[in-house]
Design a protein. Structure first.
Lengths: 343, 343
DNA sequence: TGCATAGATGAAACCGGTTTAATTTGGTTG
DNA sequence: CAACCAAATTAAACCGGTTTCATCTATGCA
């Protein structure tokens, strides 16, 4: 256990340099090569990663900074990252910034880079880092790419929130709805503004007037969906016939509250969510929602980062991916349990 | 960018050895130490991880083998692992075996160890590896610990499935149920057998006869819950008044099918699930279920591994953690909350 | 004040690879 | 068959740390 290149060289009767050439697929006479390979096999030899990293300056490791892997949203992205890295022979050191509110964690990315522990860093959503550190890292000239299903970033890969919202709302207008409310995410957040503007754009594209009073601020939490539904129910007959929630948790809150009030979904009101979290399919009525290509996002971001790391493509580019509308029951698009009106 | 220990030594006017001592907190005169620290700060110096790893033989990295990080179940475990490793200054290389059915992935763990890329490996559920490779690794004398919320393992940390099932079923008998069915997981799986025997034990502990015909085989999938519910409904008036499902997906399948048949949960039949997946709380009726301490599991397993790595505790031990019963609506233990409260 | 000695520091070897410059090899050509 | 040249191989230096062993310093005590 623990053979070194010198051992292999001795057994094979060649020099260390030759063994190194065999390892790295450089030109070696085939008879020599097979002698070396045989010795390597015999010794169960595996090159020491540290020694290689020390001389080559490359670690074949990518740092992934993520706010909580337990979150299925980020988990899916990391899954895609892993797939891409794996296919190109890279490993991934995952660091979660969520755990310790500790400010120190934030420097983890920069530290990994300076220690040469990682060749590049993939930041899953800029939220994983404070703006200051993020900017500092960005201009440090270290390979860095941002993967994000939500907000806008300076450089990296993201999903088009505007387009996603347009798809959701257009789905509702196509079903004949003219009075469509939106329950927003955290008001100031970029992704939320993008979704809001998608909502607005889709309405206006269908010749429907945008009404401020139909925009209910939420905060992505289930309870804020419940609260929003309360406000809408209070409108009485002026209530909208459709609701677009900026994420699935809020959509579920909306629906559960409406149900408590005896209002049927999708019979009386159609609801569309966003994210397609796992619960969306099991929820009753099953949620119509917007699915973001998270695994794909991770893959694309990882490949992008590797091309930067390997020097193939030095300039930073912004890539935009499309979200997909998943039509289930809550929007009343297809015949389901309920028999209510369709428009 | 990229200062070395020699640079620091030169600037500080000392030898490399002294700088090394400062880095590793060895005894150094305080005046000397501050000179060195100042130089380090001035150069924005960070020791090269490869160089350190090469001489010390330690990488401060732990390999984590997991079947799909996107899975919230494993994600939670990894989350705990990360927290523990982080608190002790270790990094984590995550490898998912699920992606490429590629046999080669399986050797990833052994390879990381031989390359000295990782000081130890944490296998999240032995399923992540084929039995052969697993055994091979186990007896290789490399630091290895298994963390598993489900099945039994040769060594490592796991959750007590037997006890979890007992808690679930005892909850039902405490509520007065005498005719309790169980929808099982994959028949041969260890964790399933343990849950089954917990079910049986709890029944007999309450003086209730175990009936083979009330055990419906499932496979953990939602649809198998639906199928199981069908069978139970076919029993007509002989139908059980309570159902224990070996996981939440099946519990949801059972409930949704019963609901289609006009059978109310928990009004007519009480249902208890297992796992407490995220959907369990949003599902209506909210699921009473057994929550496994997954984050805790990850933490304990990681600390265990580190103690092996650091030589504190060489012998392999088996640690058993307790699951917790989460009482919500589906078991009818408390008045059904329908205003959208999520617990 | 001088000396003994524990403690701090430095020089050099070493960890296990890669790479450059020098040397050997083998095959081709005249 | 000798000379020659390109390709293959080797020896040695190097990457950036740690560690051993020798040397030097600064105390404590006489």
């Amino acid at each position: 256990m623990g053979a070194t290149i010198a051992d292999v060289a001795r057994i094979a009767g060649v020099s260390k340099a030759t063994v190194s050439r065999v390892i790295n697929n450089h030109s070696v006479r085939s008879t020599t090569r097979s002698k070396v390979l045989h010795a390597m096999r015999q010794l169960d030899y595996e090159p020491n990663a540290h020694a290689r990293g020390l001389t080559s300056g490359k670690s074949s490791v990518i740092g992934v900074i993520v706010p909580g892997i337990a979150n299925q949203f980020y988990g899916a992205i990391v899954d895609g990252v892993q797939a891409a890295l794996d296919s190109r022979g890279y490993h991934m050191i995952v660091t979660s910034t969520g755990h310790t509110a500790n400010q120190g964690r934030e420097w983890a990315a920069a530290k990994m880079l300076k220690e040469k522990r990682a060749d590049g860093v993939l930041v899953v959503t800029p939220r994983a880092l404070s703006p200051d550190n993020f900017m500092h890292l960005l201009k440090s000239s270290f390979p860095l790419v941002v993967a994000d299903g939500h907000s806008d970033a300076l450089s990296g890969v993201m999903v088009d929130n505007f387009e996603g919202a347009v798809k959701a709302v257009k789905h509702l207008t196509d079903l004949g709805h003219r009075k469509i409310a939106m329950v927003t995410g955290i008001p100031g957040a970029k992704e939320n503004l993008q979704r809001l503007s998608g909502y607005r754009d889709a309405l206006e594209g269908s010749g429907i007037e945008f009404r401020r009073d139909l925009v209910i601020p939420g905060n992505y939490a289930y309870q804020s969906g419940v609260a929003a539904a309360k406000k809408l129910v209070e409108m009485g007959k002026g209530m909208p016939t459709a609701i677009f929630a900026a994420n699935d948790y809020m959509a579920m809150g909306v629906i559960n509250h409406l149900s408590v009030c005896g209002i049927k979904v999708p019979g009386d009101v159609a609801v569309v969510g966003y994210d397609d979290i796992e619960s969306a399919a099991f929820f009753r009525p099953a949620l119509t929602t917007v699915r973001q290509p998270l695994v794909e996002l991770g893959k694309v971001a990882a490949h992008k980062l590797l091309s930067v790391v390997e020097g193939t493509e030095p300039e930073t580019v912004r890539i935009l991916l499309s979200a997909e509308l998943i039509v289930r029951d809550s929007s009343g698009a297809k015949p389901v349990v309920s028999n209510g009106q369709v428009s």
